[in-house]
Ligand binder design. Sequence first.
Ligand SMILES: [Zn+2]
Length: 433
Amino acid sequence: MPSTGGKRAGKVIALTNARVFTATEPNRVIENGVVVIRDSIIADVGTRGSVEIPEDAEVIDLRGLFVMPGLIDAHAHISGCKTGDFVKEPLLTPYEVLVARAVKDLEALVNAGYTTFVDAAGLIGLRLKYAVEEGSLIGPRIVAAGPPISQTFGHGDIHYVPLEYADIRTTRKLFSPFTGVICDGVDECRKAARYVLREGADFIKIMASGGVLSQRDRPEFRQFTVEEIRAIVDEARACNTFVHAHTYSSEGIRNSILGGVKVIAHVSFIDEEGIRLAKERDVVLVPTTVTYVKILDEGPRAGYPEWGLRKAEEVFKIHCENIRKAYRYGVKIAAGSDYIGGPFRHGENALEIKTLVERIGMSPGEALIAATRVAAEVAGLQHKTGTLERGKYADIIAVKEDPLSNIEVITKPDNIVLVMKEGLILKNLLESL
Ligand SMILES: [Zn+2]
């Protein structure tokens, strides 16, 4: 697994005098809590008195601050884009400039309390992941999909350029950091999956329905057949990984679940059958609700195409209703912002947590779990991070106020006063308190 670099051998830290939200249950807070960290791992957590603080520990007194697992964005993209035009902008901007901006985005994510980032398609995240792992860059741990897999005339196909430009294997000029692999039929799908894994993907991302920001298809269009999806899932499983599907349409959702997909993003048109299947097969939904709010609020100014804005408005109404139903039925839901850059500024990703409370009806504790424990499952890291429990990575943040009584608190990076990733402190404002 990734390490953040740096020498920590034998280092012991004890965070004391903390209100500890372990993210194991929505309402559980350990008052006067202690977290003991040995190297990169949580060695113990509990109330003062029940936890032994080793003599050689560096003690950090948190003076009653709220402590919780580092945030995880379950679906977003590192693209380096500043506008909403993800085809034209990358074409007209030197690649190095996009990368430089992406580096700043990673810093902004850490500043906002993010210690893990699921990059749900894109080349820049896939590459920068190595720079973060070796400690050359400060950033959250990146779990990357790399190039997304799409059918011809799918969401990952850029409909207004020649087909060979839209496929990463044949394009000459990188039109977009999101350039993917286009394939049709079971055999091509297997080959595409293997190609993406060859590029270093941690998991595979497929486009199983149309999208809001693709020109000629619609979100409710089904893309890929169950057989095609099953072939991709089979290749992922063969390498001990899983598939994450972009899907709005009810048919796309059903096909994805029947095909063995583990994570479904966007999810807007999920119907009762989809909800039942998701619950039965333990599929995690990442509704990325905040993107609608942002597209509609800021899209016109940011240069989003008019046809994209129109589609977003139509879908949003239905979206909230359907996700609320899935939530009430007990389907697992993770917080993913789908932030990409541009008007979707990295660093503001936690707005999705607030959106889950305000639009979907989660309690603040449930929404924090959606952004930690459940999001860890989406990253395939449920045994490594997402809760404050013995044996997990010391991915820990301290928050100035209590997000359980006011969820707004978590959305402001200034409130995040301590960020620790695998035992390394990446942000520390304790002295200024
Ligand atoms: Zn996305």
